[in-house]
Design a protein around this ligand. Structure first.
Ligand code: GCW
Length: 682
């Protein structure tokens, strides 16, 4: 026991040393707090938690709270009292009572106290310390607030744009070597309320479940646990067979059931606070119950039964689509709706925010409205697979809020992480804001994008009001701009074939699955463009509640932002805005380009507020983002013009590139330097 307490204290010191050792290079994330010398006195009010020694590991979050407040809370003339109190908010919520002489942080759990401590520090850092006599009460709105890492066991990260995995390496075991970094990761997550993490890619290697790997998981779990973070694993559904123990992976086979039970027991024996499994099954070639003539329910419930005695959960992904489907957007609903009410209560269906795939903008996935008797949690993508990787600075809170404002998130939420081993974690100092915003929204989805941006900027870049205002305004404009220069008005999936950075609306080589090529989605022809998902087309609209279905089905009432998602519209058709489709499209792309160019100028105006290192790194990136916006606009408009055969409206600037050149090169940038990977004309 004594050892445990010492470990927490030593580890905390380690964190502080690491923080002290770096210049402003983004390594400290939003926890760039100056250490104080006149430390505030922090007392633990529970007699069963001793001030020193004999520390039960379950109280480790209290030890961390004390150390963080001691080190970083300025002297307010008040002592701080920490207490676990059964009458305080449950579910890891907390109260902060800001009295005349003392501050009381209370929660029904140790982790709740830690969240309260970080909240108080955030209020200090953002200049919002409570008023005398004020009591703050917080309670998380989602139970499971998880990060998903698409990290492979060899250290690469699928759709990762910030270096390699902090957990795994081709070199073998790196847990000890990376323990300080993993601890900082835990601390950053705890500071925004994230309480779980899936350590490996959903395209899961069966090797994840070998005893050797599980031992590494155990050691990672031990670093994360004091911060209230549970570990979860993605599992390959065919593991029992792939690891050579059983000849099948049929979920109804007694040997398979036994295999999973034993494996789960092995895991919980080593990691008592293990969270559960995340499963990508019968999706993009991954194995699943359908390989054995069984259903998603058979597969998910079998795993759920194995985990149940230990309190573990199964997060079963609904990301399914078949090569021959006339409308990929229909499939998840068609496949899962019949199973509503049939899953065990420790199964959660994990559904991407939109029905296709993390596009710059999608309507909400219809399953959120229709699965009434199944636990459902949304999956967002923090890593910018489809939004300019770590080169483009795109603040994603406004995009997520289009979904979170409309759905129930009380069960939980998952975010595909943008964390790698790059010095600033995310490959771009400004998009650390997306990790931050994800956690804050998971905690409280009612926070506004503006408030979250404001908090982030004050804790990272500048506390000067003018700078904060300018930078938050810039951030708030980035998502709409990106949609406009990449794919406005409901256009989707017109990315390059081999990667998802640049445009390739023409990409359609013979032999490639059509639903992996842009023409499947934009359907440009001599008449017009857009995917007809109305009742006369794929009938996707009917998967939505009546009111929405009606709204989307009518070309005159369908919101313009989803127009070409739901309708095939004629080039010369007049839209409610008064313009023809063609003219409107040209103007939207231009809007995107103008905005991206504006970001460069705004960033230059921000120079006085920002340190040299991060200013320069982002100047180069904003510059590239503006160039890419032109590239996107020219590529898309010139290509669609081959169908519309219409001239650009007179007020549109001339193109910078010609179509032949655009088709010859693949727009792709190095995520660190933002320099072109392939040779590009300027
Ligand atoms: O968006 C697609 C990605 C794949 C990913 C898949 C999924 C992990 O391009 O890289 O695989 O979605 O979410 O399963």
């Amino acid at each position: 026991m004594m050892k445990c307490y010492k470990r927490v204290a030593i580890a905390t010191l380690l964190v502080l040393q690491v923080i002290g050792a770096h210049a402003i290079d983004g390594y400290d994330l939003w926890l760039r707090m100056p250490m104080v010398t006149d430390g505030t006195k922090v007392t633990i009010d529970n007699p069963q938690i001793p001030e020193t020694g004999n520390f039960d590991p379950q109280f480790a979050p209290i030890a961390i709270s004390r150390s963080e407040l001691n080190t970083f809370l300025h002297n307010t003339g008040r002592d701080v009292h920490l207490a676990i109190d059964a009458k305080a908010p449950a579910d890891d919520g907390f109260t902060i009572k800001y009295g005349a002489n003392r501050i009381d942080i209370k929660s029904a759990s140790a982790v709740g106290v830690l969240y309260g401590a970080y909240h108080l520090l955030r209020l200090q850092q953002t200049g919002h310390l409570p008023k005398n006599g004020q009591t703050i009460k917080e309670r998380p709105m989602s139970k499971y607030r998880l990060l998903n890492h698409w990290d492979n066991l060899n250290g690469t990260i699928e759709r990762g744009f910030a270096g390699r995995s902090i957990f795994w390496s081709s070199k073998g075991d790196i847990v000890d070597e990376n323990s300080a970094r993993i601890q900082l990761y835990a601390r950053a997550n705890a500071s925004i309320g994230i309480n779980g993490t899936v350590l490996n890619n959903v395209n899961a290697s069966p090797q994840m479940l070998t005893s050797e790997r599980l031992d590494q998981v155990r050691r990672i779990a031990r670093i994360l646990a004091p911060y209230g973070i549970k570990v979860y694993l993605s599992v390959n559904f065919a593991s029992p067979r792939a690891l050579g123990d059983v000849s099948t992976a049929d979920p109804l086979d007694p040997d398979v059931i036994r295999w999973w039970r034993n494996k789960v027991k092995e895991i919980y024996d080593a990691i008592p606070n293990f969270g559960g499994f995340l499963v990508k099954a019968n999706s993009e070639g991954e194995p699943g119950p359908q390989d054995f003539g069984r259903t998603h329910v058979d597969g998910a419930n079998m795993l759920a039964d194995a985990l149940k005695p230990y309190g573990g959960i199964v997060m079963w992904r609904a990301f399914v689509y078949a090569a021959d489907s006339p409308d990929r957007a229909n499939q998840a609903y068609d496949e899962f709706m019949p199973f509503d009410g049939k899953f065990r209560d420790n199964v959660i269906l994990q559904v991407k925010n939109g029905p296709v795939d993390f596009q710059p903008r999608e309507p909400i996935h219809p399953l959120f409205f229709s699965m009434k008797r199944t636990k459902v949690m949304p999956e967002f993508q923090i890593t910018q697979e489809y939004l300019g990787e770590s080169v483009h600075s795109v603040y994603l809170a406004p995009m997520w809020k289009e979904v979170t404002d409309e759905i129930d998130m009380s069960v939980g939420v998952a975010g595909v992480s943008n964390v790698g081993n790059s010095q600033n974690w995310c490959g771009n100092d400004l998009i650390q804001a997306n990790w931050y915003a994800y956690g804050r929204l998971a905690w409280n989805k009612r926070l506004s994008s503006k408030q979250i941006a404001d908090e982030f900027v004050r804790q990272t870049f500048t506390k000067e009001d003018q700078g904060v205002q300018t930078l938050t305004d810039l951030m708030l404009a980035t998502h709409e701009a990106c949609v406009n220069y990449m794919m406005p008005m409901g256009i989707h999936h017109i990315f390059a074939g081999g990667h998802h950075y640049g445009p390739e609306p023409w990409y359609a080589p013979r032999g490639v699955r059509v639903d992996w090529t842009p023409p499947y989605y934009h359907k440009a022809d001599a008449f017009g463009m857009g995917f007809d998902r109305t009742t006369k087309g794929s009938n996707n609209v009917s998967q939505y509640p009546k009111k929405l279905a009606k709204l989307y089905n009518n070309v005159n009432t369908c919101p313009e932002k989803y127009l070409l998602w739901f309708h095939h519209v004629g080039w010369t058709q007049k839209l409610p805005c008064g313009e023809t489709l063609w003219d409107r499209l040209c103007h939207k792309y231009d809007e995107g380009v103008r905005a991206a160019e504006g970001f460069v100028r705004t960033w230059e105006r921000l120079k006085p507020y920002i340190d040299e290192e991060r200013y320069e790194a982002l100047r180069v990136k904003f510059d590239r983002q503006a160039k890419d916006a032109w590239w996107w606009r020219d590529a898309c408009l010139l290509y669609f013009q081959t169908f519309s055969k219409l001239p650009f409206p007179q007020d549109c600037p001339p193109v910078r590139h010609d179509l032949q050149t655009l088709m010859q090169y693949h727009l792709r940038m190095d995520n660190y330097t933002a320099a072109p990977i392939d040779q590009l004309p300027d």
